[in-house]
Design a protein around this ligand. Structure first.
Ligand code: AMP
Length: 208
C-alpha cells in the first residue's frame, strides 16, 4: 500500500506513521528525517540544507524530488510506503505521480492553536530521533531520553519564530495539495486532534 501523510507540521504524522509502519510492515519515509540525517552526518546535501531547515523554509523541489526518487528506488519501498512530509508542493506531487502510484492520501486535520501547543512542547533525542512532549508525553526524567540517558533538545525549527514560518509555508505551498488530491479522489480526512490510539483506530476503519 502506497500512502501519503499530508498535514501541517505538528499534526502527528510522524507518530501515526511509526504505528502504521509496524502494523502494515511498510517503510516510513520522512523527508524531514532524511534531511536531518544528512545534516547530522555532515554530507554535502546536509551542508546545503542546514540553514533552510533551521528557518522552516522548504528545500528546493529539485533537490527534494531527487532524494525521494532515490529512496523509493530502494528494495524495501517496493511493497509499499508511507511518505511523511512529501509531497509539499504541487511540483513535488506532479513528480511523484511520474514515479509511483499512490493509493491513499491521509489528510491530518487540526487547528493552528493545537499545533502551536504541540510543537512548542516537543523535545527530541538527537541520536535516536525519539520524540517527547513536555506535557503530553514527558520522559521519565525531565530533559533526559528514557533509553539512552542523553539530554533532550528542542529542534531549531520548533522554536516559535520558525514554527510560525513553517505554518505560513504550509498554508501557502502545501495546503493546495488538499484540493489536488481531492480532485483525484484519493483524499481521506482524519481528525488529528485526537490521541494517537484513536487516530490509528479511525485510520484502520477508513483505509482498507
Ligand atoms: P518535517 O520534519 O517534515 O517538519 O520537515 C522539516 C524540514 O525539512 C521542513 O521545514 C523543510 O525545511 C524540510 N523538508 C522536509 N520535507 C520537505 C519537502 N517535501 N520539500 C521541501 N522541504 C522539505
Amino acid at each position: 500500500m502506497n500512502l501519503i501523510f499530508l498535514g501541517p507540521p505538528g499534526a502527528g504524522k510522524g507518530t501515526i506513521a511509526a504505528i502504521v509502519k509496524d502494523a502494515y510492515k511498510i517503510p516510513h519515509i520522512s523527508t524531514g528525517d532524511l534531511f536531518r540525517a544528512n545534516i547530522k552526518n555532515e554530507t554535502e546535501l546536509g551542508k546545503m540544507v542546514k540553514e533552510i531547515l533551521a528557518s522552516g523554509n522548504l528545500v528546493p523541489d529539485e533537490v527534494t524530488i531527487k532524494m525521494v526518487e532515490n529512496r523509493l528506488g530502494e528494495s524495501d519501498a517496493k511493497s509499499g510506503y508511507i511518505l511523511d512530509g512529501f509531497p509539499r508542493t504541487i511540483a513535488q506531487a506532479d513528480a511523484l505521480s511520474q514515479m509511483s502510484l499512490v493509493d491513499h492520501v491521509i489528510n491530518f486535520v487540526i487547528d493552528r492553536e493545537t499545533i502551536l501547543k504541540r510543537l512548542s512542547g516537543r523535545r527530541v533525542c538527537k541520536s535516536t530521533g525519539r520524540t517527547y512532549h513536555i506535557l503530553y508525553n514527558p520522559p521519565k526524567v525531565e530533559g533526559i531520553d528514557d533509553e539512552t540517558g542523553e539530554p533532550l533538545i528542542q529542534r531549531d525549527d520548533d522554536k516559535e519564530e520558525a514554527i510560525l514560518n513553517r505554518l505560513d509555508v504550509y498554508e501557502k505551498s502545501t495546503a493546495p495539495l488538499i484540493n489536488y488530491y481531492k480532485e483525484k479522489g484519493l483524499l481521506i480526512d482524519l481528525d488529528a486532534s485526537k490521541s494517537p490510539e484513536e487516530i490509528f483506530e479511525e485510520f484502520k476503519k477508513v483505509v482498507k
